[in-house]
Structure formats: C-alpha cells, structure tokens
Design a protein around this ligand. Structure first.
Ligand code: NAG
Ligand code: NAG
Ligand code: NAG
Length: 398
C-alpha cells in the first residue's frame, strides 16, 4: 500500500446555453457554491440546499444529469413561503409541464389544485412518481472563487414535489435530488438566471469533500489549487432522451461528450463506431457523464473488448489476475503492481475525444478499486447490450 496518500480529483467545467429570464435581488454575487460530499456506503454524491421558511438544510443527491431539483413533500415539508404555480402559467411552461393537476386530499405542499403536474424521477432506481411543480425560497452560499461569502436568497426557485417512496435507493438522510442538468429549471440555469451570471458551472468530485461552483471563476478548489489550464471538449446535446422521461420530445438534460476511440496504452480497442455516436432519433449511444453511477458503465461489446485488452496488457506486465469480485470482471493481486504518484502502475486507459490530441487519461488512481488489502479490480462494469448511453463515465473511481 502507498504510504503517502494523494488526492486525485476530477474537474468538470460545463457551459450551458439556454434562454432564461432573470430576477435580481439587491446583493448580486458573482458565483455560488455548494458543498458536494461522497456518501461512503452508496457512493452517491450529496449536497445540502437550504430551502423553505423557516430554512431547513435539505440533504439531496447531486445529480449532474438531473432535469430538476425535487424533494419529498409527503413528509415534513413545512414552509410559509411554499407556492404552487397556476396551470398554464409562465412557471409551468418554463418547467415544461404538460399536465394540470388535481389533488383529492386536504391541501398541503405537494397537494394543490389547478397546479402544473410534475414527474420527478429518481435517476438511480429509474423510478418516477407524479407530483407537482412548486416555488419556494432557497438560500445558497456565494463565493468570490477563493473564499466562501455570505448566503444569498433566491425567493422563487422552481422545484418539484415528489413522494416519500421516490427516496428509495438514495443515500441515507437524502430527501430528494438536486438536478444539475441542462434544462431551464436545472439548478445551474436557475442560479444563473437569478443573479444574471454566466451560464457556467464547475464541479470537483472527490472521494471526500468536493464542491460545485456556479458562475464565473476563478475556481479555487483547494487552498492553492486553481484550475486554469484544462483540456476542453465540447458538450454534446442528445436530442433524444436516455433518462426516464414523461415529457416526450424534450432534449436530454444530461451532458454528453464525444468519445471517438478508447485506447489502452497504445492499443485502440475494436469498437463498433456507431455505439460511440448518439443516435439522433432514439437518443441511444454516445458517452454521458454521470454523477449517480458508482462506476463507469460500458455497453457489453465495449466492455468485453476493454477488459480482455486490459487483462492482456496487465499479464504482459506480470500483474497476476485473481478471482473476480462482483460487480467487477477483472481483478488482480497487488503483489506485482508498483505504486506511482498516479496510483497503481496499471495500463493507462485513454478516452480519445473530439481530436486525437484531446485525451481523457485514466490512471491507476482512478481506474482501480481496492476490494481488499491485496486485491484491486478494474472499476468498470458491464451495462448489458442496451444500456442507453454506450459509455456512462463517472469522473472518479473507475
Ligand atoms: C381539489 O378540488 C377537488 C374537487 O373540487 C376537491 O375535492 C379537493 O378537496 C381539492 N383539493 C385541494 C388540495 O384543494
Ligand atoms: C476573495 O475574498 C477574500 C476575503 O474576503 C480576499 O482575501 C480575496 O482576495 C478575494 N479573492 C478574489 C479573487 O477576489
Ligand atoms: C438509429 O436508430 C434507429 C432505430 O433503431 C435505426 O433505424 C437507425 O438506423 C439508427 N441510426 C443510425 C445513424 O444508426
């Protein structure tokens, strides 16, 4: 085992282009921040959003591709500032609501009449329930990029009300999900609209304490570590949708990147090139970036080519393969594996992006998962023959 521990983290910078309106409170922050923490038991990322009157810290799962912010309104939602938008109002159309709801129970948050219907979904389990769109106040910490600043309020943040059953599968204590997707009511665009800042955000996901910045940089993630020179690749829009989605015809809120080839060291894997492209009519294929999968998921034929090449190159380095440990298909003894600044010295994985010189390199620290003191596994899993996106890349941990 390595005696000195290092922190490997991945940074995602996302620019979103979309139209939105703005409302401007008096103090105008340049950027906002949210803490992002990895839950060790589910490997989900969680954040805390202060919402309602009086303010309640709502722990929610951070969902990079999520369409909207949703919380459980069945239990414990108490707020004097909860409002439900009327059917066919501007809020309902901004939220993309296609239904008008009636609720046959006593009125309470999550149960209103003549309000726009929502279908909040749990992107971890794939479940969705019907609910309603709503508005309430949130309070978010501002930042100048290097130091946290005062909390600022957004009086009418749009979110959707889900039910308690939708929380199944989420990290302990989570009361909903914070959707960071590219939809108008995703949190990045709502934050940008509230304070008229640039439609940009940056996420640093680590196995410990990470952070998400909304607005303009600088982005100082750790004291002294500023992100400036990064390789960039365009985000792609998936015109179809690969998430559970009732609003037919809506573009996917998820972020896709254009992986054009996958290499292990110098060897390019033989992959059916259509799998790497997004099929414009079905939305299937391509590579999406996800924060809700614990490990990178590969379509079956890609997975097979990938693991067999990795195993071959590991063997050539005298790395001994051992029995697989689920959910992984390729595990190794650590005995003959060196340790470098970038983790275990295993074959390097490369995701080649829009041009040959723009490569997302994945070293041992991010490709291997320790399953016991002397066994490490290739942290990629088989997504089956029809996983939606062909590659679901998680930024940290394989
Ligand atoms: C909604 O309207 C229905 C029918 O008029 C009524 O029975 C119900 O109690 C109302 N619900 C709420 C939440 O006001
Ligand atoms: C941010 O604020 C801190 C403390 O108020 C200050 O020392 C620092 O120079 C500021 N940084 C920038 C980039 O404005
Ligand atoms: C997209 O998927 C449809 C339906 O499966 C198929 O007919 C079509 O050929 C695909 N398009 C491309 C470019 O692969």
């Amino acid at each position: 085992m390595a005696s000195s521990r290092i922190i490997i983290f991945s940074v995602l910078l996302l620019s979103i282009f979309s139209l939105s309106s703005s409302a401007q409170p008096s103090f105008r922050p340049k950027a906002l921040l949210l803490p992002v923490t990895k839950d060790p038991s589910t490997l989900q990322y969680t954040t805390v959003i202060n919402q309602r009157t009086p303010l309640v810290p709502a722990s929610v799962v951070f969902d990079l591709g999520g369409r909207e912010f949703w919380v459980d309104c069945d239990q414990g939602y108490v707020s004097t500032t909860y409002r439900s938008p009327r059917c066919n109002s501007a809020v309902c159309s901004r939220a993309g609501s296609i239904a008008c709801g009636t609720c046959f129970s006593p009125p309470r948050p999550g149960c209103s009449n003549n309000t726009c219907g929502a279908f909040p979904d749990n992107s971890i389990t794939g479940w969705a329930t019907s609910g309603e769109f709503a508005l309430d106040v949130v309070s978010i910490q501002s930042t100048n990029g290097s130091n946290p600043g005062r909390f600022v309020k957004i009086p009418n943040l749009i979110f959707s009300c889900g039910s308690t059953s939708l929380l199944k599968g989420l990290a302990k204590g989570a009361v909903g999900m914070a959707g960071m997707g590219r939809h108008n009511i995703g949190l990045p665009l709502q934050f940008a609209a509230a304070f008229s800042f640039n439609r940009k955000f940056a996420v640093c996901l680590t196995s410990g304490r990470g952070v998400a910045f909304f607005g303009n940089g600088p982005y100082v993630f750790l004291p002294g570590i500023q992100i400036s020179r990064l390789q960039k690749t365009p985000l792609l829009i998936n015109p179809g949708t690969t998430v559970f989605e009732f609003s037919k015809g809506e573009k996917s809120p998820e972020y896709f990147i254009g992986v054009t080839a996958i290499k292990i060291v110098e060897k390019t894997l033989p992959i059916d090139p259509t799998l790497l492209k997004i099929n414009a009519s079905t939305g299937i294929g391509g590579t999406k970036i996800s924060s809700v999968n614990p490990y990178t998921v590969l379509e079956s034929s890609i997975y097979k080519a990938f693991t067999s090449e990795f195993i071959r190159q590991a063997a050539a380095r005298s790395i001994k393969r051992v029995a697989s440990v689920k959910p992984f298909g390729a595990c190794f003894s650590t005995k003959n594996v060196g340790v470098t600044r970038l983790g275990y010295a295993v074959p390097e994985i490369q995701l080649v992006l829009h041009s040959k010189d723009v490569v997302w390199r994945i070293f041992g620290a991010n490709s291997m998962v320790s399953v016991s003191d002397d066994v490490i596994c290739l942290g990629f899993v088989d997504g089956g023959v029809n996983p939606g996106a062909s590659v679901v890349r998680v930024p940290v941990g394989g």
